[in-house]
Design a protein around this ligand. Structure first.
Ligand code: 3Y8
Ligand code: NAP
Length: 270
C-alpha cells in the first residue's frame, strides 16, 4: 500500500526509518492514529523482517538523492529516524535529505550502555579496533562470542587463532570468513538467562559487542557481568546532529507539536 494513496486532507504522511525494537514500539503506538499514515522502512537486511501494524517498505532509497525523491514522491510530512545507533549511513542520509527537502526530522536515540563496577569492558573505537585487540592482545586461542551480526565478520579474519561462535539472523548463504567458526541462528531480543547458558555451555572466554543500547541486545552484557567475562565493547559511530528524543512518548509529543517546516529544537528531556 502506498501511504500517499489513502491520504485524506488532514492525514500526515510519516516515514519511520526502522529496524529496531524502538521502531516497532513506535509503529505500535502510531498505528491507531487516523491522522497519520505511517510507513516503516527496512533496509532489506534479513529474509523475513518482523511483521508490523503499519505499511512497510523494504530496501535502500538510493542514497541521499533517492531519499529526497522518495520524500517528494510520497509527500512525506515528517521523518522519524528510529534506526540502530550503528546505522550511521542511513542516519546521515536522513539528516541531509530532510534538510534539503525542508522535511522535519527527529531521531529516537537510545542511550548507550554504561559500564557498572562488575563489568569487565575493554573499550574500543570501532570494529577494526576490536579485531586488532583479538589479534594482538590475545595471542593464545580463546573461545570468542561475536554478537555483532553478519555484516562485519570479515574484520576478525586477522585473528584466526580463536574459536568463534557467531549469532546470525539468517542462515549464511556462503562460508563464513573465519577458519574456526560456529554459527547460531537466532533473532533477538534475547534473555540474560538464555545468553548466560549459551556462554557457559560453550566455554566462552570473551564477548565482542556493539554498544547498541536498548534492551534487545543487552542480554549478553548482563550475562557476561554475571559470569565475570570480559566484553570488547565497540563504541558507536559518529552521527550528524539532529533533533532527538529518548522515548516513544517524546517522539509522539514532537509529532503533535512539530512545526510544519523544519525541525524543532532538541527534545531531550521533553
Ligand atoms: C533488519 C529487523 C524489533 C527489532 C529487534 C534492537 C533489538 C533484536 C539485538 C546479539 C546481537 C545485532 C543485529 C541485533 C538486535 C533487535 C532488533 C536487534 C543484534 C533485526 C531486523 C533487521 C536487523 C538487522 C541486523 C544486522 C545486525 C543487527 C543482528 C527485524 C532483527 C548484531 C546488532 O544478518 C544480517 O545482515 C544482520 C544485520 C544489521 C548487525 C550487523 O551488522 O550484522 N541487526 N535486525 C533491518 C532492516 O532490514 O532494515 O526483522 O526485526 C532487528 C533487531 N535486531 O522490532 O523487535 O532493537 O536492536 N541485531 C547489535 O545490536 O549488535 C544482535 O546477537 O546479541
Ligand atoms: P547503514 O549502514 O546505516 O545503511 C547502509 C544503507 O542501507 C543505507 O545507506 C540505506 O541505503 C540502507 N538502509 C539502512 N537502513 C535502512 C532503512 N531503515 N530503510 C531503508 N534503507 C535503509 O545501515 P545498517 O547498519 O546496515 O542497518 C541496516 C538496518 O538494520 C537498519 O534498518 C538498522 O536500523 C537495522 N539494524 C542495524 C543494526 C546494526 O548493528 N547496524 C542493528 C539492529 C538493526 P540507501 O543509501 O540506498 O538508501
Amino acid at each position: 500500500m502506498i501511504a500517499s494513496e489513502n491520504r485524506s486532507a488532514k492525514t500526515r504522511n510519516i516515514l519511520l526509518l526502522g529496524g529496531t525494537g524502538e521502531a516497532s514500539a513506535l509503529a505500535q503506538a502510531l498505528a491507531g492514529r487516523d491522522d497519520l499514515a505511517v510507513t516503516l522502512s527496512y533496509a532489506g537486511r534479513v529474509a523475513q523482517p518482523k511483521a508490523q501494524p503499519v505499511a512497510i517498505r523494504i530496501g535502500g532509497f538510493g542514497g541521499v538523492a533517492g531519499l529526497r525523491d522518495y520524500l517528494r514522491a510520497q509527500a512525506i510530512d515528517a521523518v522519524i529516524d528510529a534506526t540502530h545507533p550503528f546505522a550511521a549511513q542511513m542516519s546521515a542520509n536522513a539528516v541531509a535529505a530532510c534538510a534539503e527537502e525542508g522535511v522535519p526530522l527527529v531521531a529516537l536515540e537510545r542511550p548507550a550502555w554504561q559500564a557498572m563496577p562488575a563489568d569487565r569492558w575493554i573499550d574500543v573505537t570501532d570494529l577494526d579496533a576490536a579485531a586488532a585487540h583479538l589479534a594482538q592482545a590475545e595471542p593464545a586461542p580463546r573461545n570468542v562470542f561475536l554478537a555483532i551480526g553478519r555484516l562485519h565478520l570479515h574484520h576478525f579474519a586477522r585473528a584466526p587463532q580463536h574459536r568463534y561462535t557467531v549469532r546470525l539472523i539468517d542462515e549464511p548463504g556462503e562460508a563464513l570468513p573465519l577458519p574456526q567458526v560456529e554459527a547460531i541462528i537466532a533473532r533477538g531480543p534475547f534473555t540474560m538467562e538464555g545468553d548466560a547458558a549459551l556462554l557457559a555451555e560453550r566455554g566462552i572466554d570473551l564477548i565482542v559487542a556493539k554498544n547498541s543500547g536498548g534492551a534487545g541486545a543487552f542480554a549478553k552484557i548482563a550475562a557476561a557481568r554475571s559470569l565475570g567475562l570480559p566484553v570488547i565493547m565497540i563504541a558507536r559511530p559518529a552521527i550528524p546532529e539532529r533533533a532527538h528524543c529518548e522515548s516513544v512518548a517524546q517522539v509522539i509529543a514532537w509529532l503533535d507539536h512539530s512545526a510544519p517546516s523544519g525541525g524543532v529544537p532538541d527534545q531531550r528531556g521533553v
